[in-house]
Design a protein around this ligand. Sequence first.
Ligand SMILES: Cc1cc2nc3c(=O)[nH]c(=O)nc-3n(C[C@H](O)[C@H](O)[C@H](O)COP(=O)(O)OP(=O)(O)OC[C@H]3O[C@@H](n4cnc5c(N)ncnc54)[C@H](O)[C@@H]3O)c2cc1C
Length: 413
Amino acid sequence: MIETDICIIGAGPGGAATALKLDQLGLSSLILDKATFPRDKICGDALSGKVITVLNRIDPGIVDRFVALGEAIDVWGVKFVAPNEKEMDLTFWSKDSNTKDQIPGYVAKRIDFDNFLIDEVKSKERIDLHEGVKIDQYEKVEDGYIISDKSGKFKVKTKILIDSSGAHSSFARKIGGIEMDPRHYAASVRGYYENVTGFEEGNLIELHFIKDFLPGYFWIFPLPNGAANVGVGMLTSVISKRKLNLKERMLEIIEENPKFKERFKNAKLVDGLKGFGLPLGSKKRILSGDNYMLVGDAASLIDPMTGEGIGNAIYSGVIAAERARDCLNENQFSKEYLKAYDQRVYRVMGKELEISTYFQKTLFYPSLFNFIASRTSNNKHLREILSCAFMDIDLRGRMRNPFFWMKLIFNLK
Ligand SMILES: Cc1cc2nc3c(=O)[nH]c(=O)nc-3n(C[C@H](O)[C@H](O)[C@H](O)COP(=O)(O)OP(=O)(O)OC[C@H]3O[C@@H](n4cnc5c(N)ncnc54)[C@H](O)[C@@H]3O)c2cc1C
């Protein structure tokens, strides 16, 4: 049996960031993944400003090293298309002066991005990575957890367990008590296409809110070499109620909508359509207990409006690493002590998740959504603020105040 102070289950972005942050703090960790990398993860593949900012805080050179690999396309904005087809482009550069003075977001296939993070993990002596190990059993012992694979041959005893094993985490369900709640969970389908046309200058990622498909959305994200990541997402409760087949609906949207039909007329689907779940952060959960913390999708931290979860997975990993350091320094591992982890996660992300939950609710009311989209597309100042917010974490902080939004939308002084 391996004995360690900190063990991380799952080496996706959440787990990898936790290990990298621990390394930056001078702490060793053991990290396990059932997969052997490179491995795919079904995703929209969009890396927002939050991903870039938080990764650069862990290591100022890390994003440059990834971009240098040439596997990511730089994204200079987001196009929202309202049910009334009104388009709202939030760009991170001024089209008038054509200056790109902010940093962009990126779209990169997860097989590449996650493998890059794993290569970073492998380069650190303090991180002990084990691939191809699926953890199935968890036993609480007095001073931590003993976890093992199905055979019981691979066993780890750890003082602190960090679970970042994603949307289907059995630890989060069995020990953390996080049940799948269809009102706070979405299902999504994703396909890789070649030869989709009609992308805007600046490689904008596109979120289309289609009248007949609300409260769901259809996305088209550009990838390097003329490829695109295309998908649909919808709340699970609505899918069950309407008995929807997401794969069929996605193909219908492409074939029946004249705009998409034209853009996809020479497009080829590569490797079929694949589905996966999104545990949304539209409901507050308990994220820690005696000797453990939940990170990323295991903690249900996905933005309910946009489906963005990589940024919060990485950010929660950083917070978990810092709390783990405190635990070891103070020799405190109780759920009372670890509550500070939950408090900090929700202090950082809670308001933003709340705001997104409000916006998600507008998807049930197309005329309200249309109203907000019209207000925004006619208001240059509001568009600029929202654009900056994609990259600027401090501005996202100001956006937590509801008056900030009221002033902007209703143009109050
Ligand atoms: C269709 C779709 C589109 C999305 N689009 C976007 C997007 O464009 N941008 C964005 O930011 N977010 C997007 N998301 C959300 C994003 O994919 C997740 O939020 C993100 O992957 C969470 O990272 P994580 O590290 O918490 O979990 P994961 O990336 O799921 O990693 C979990 C890891 O744990 C491992 N694991 C699981 N169980 C075990 C076990 N028992 N033992 C050992 N290892 C285990 C897995 O192999 C995996 O490597 C999308 C999600 C979906 C489903």
